[in-house]
Design a protein around this ligand. Structure first.
Ligand code: SF4
Length: 239
């Protein structure tokens, strides 16, 4: 599944941004341009690329993951976003997923023909890292017409009570993850188990997509190297 980063750069908006990997990775590459300068990338029109025969480079059914080094709804990209909607409109044969910490901006960022239910090929994830951001963002999220909504509880920084919003007709999935990096804040496995319990009670799909760098389990803190964070999360509920 290709990642489509039409722009790069971001600015921090809430507690979950504290150890943002975009800043870390830019610094590691010695990038001197501040990450907070949001710029268009050479991949801006990625889904429209064609091969030598003139066929789509990315075939029908491709699932693009958008804006992994920025936020789809960031203010600095307002002047470019209509072109992105137009590309998604042209590739209605493909799927597109993005998640955002700026769901409060979404209504003002929608295309004119989004409709009363949203486009069928677009999935939107609302990212929440703690109860405070869940209480603020999820009620807004639920007022926006979106065909496929999911909640990204990552990097999870504390216990979360999502029960009042968990309805499979509204939320397709909740996905939990920890924080990566040398200075990552630890993820308590009890928080993860509790969200899983809430999802199962409400019949909402639950996934644990990565442990983060530090996982507290049965009173011990484990350091999980980056290459194992996804696989350890996959195994977490098997034992
Ligand atoms: S919104 Fe996302 S990309 Fe932007 S600073 Fe926060 S964590 Fe990083």
């Amino acid at each position: 599944m290709p990642v489509w980063n039409p722009w790069h750069g971001c600015h921090k908006i809430s507690a979950g941004c504290g150890q943002c990997y975009v800043f870390r990775e830019d610094a590691a590459r010695g990038v001197t341009t501040p990450t907070t300068t949001v710029r268009r990338t050479s991949s801006f029109r990625l889904p429209l690329r064609r091969d030598r025969k003139g066929d789509w480079k990315f075939p029908s059914g491709t699932h693009f993951w958008l804006c992994f080094t920025s936020d789809m709804l960031i203010e600095e990209a307002d002047e470019w976003r209509d072109e992105i909607w137009d590309i998604i409109r042209q590739r209605s044969d493909c799927h597109f997923t993005f998640f955002t910490k700026r769901i409060h901006r979404m209504k003002s960022c929608l295309p004119h023909d989004w409709g009363g239910d949203g486009w069928a090929n677009v999935r939107v994830g609302c990212t929440v890292e703690n109860q405070d951001r869940a209480d603020f963002r999820i009620p807004i999220f639920l007022t926006i017409p979106i065909r496929h909504r999911f909640i990204i509880a990552a990097p999870l920084l504390g216990p979360l009570d999502l029960t009042r919003w968990l309805d499979p007709a509204l939320i397709k999935e909740v996905s939990v993850g920890g924080e990566s990096g040398k200075y990552a804040r630890p993820l308590d496995f009890d928080w993860v188990k509790d969200i899983r319990r809430q999802c199962h009670a409400a019949d909402v799909i639950f996934t644990f997509h990565q442990t983060g760098s530090y996982l507290i389990k049965d009173g011990r803190t484990y350091h999980i190297p980056r290459p194992h964070q996804h696989s350890q999360a996959e195994k977490a509920f098997r034992t």
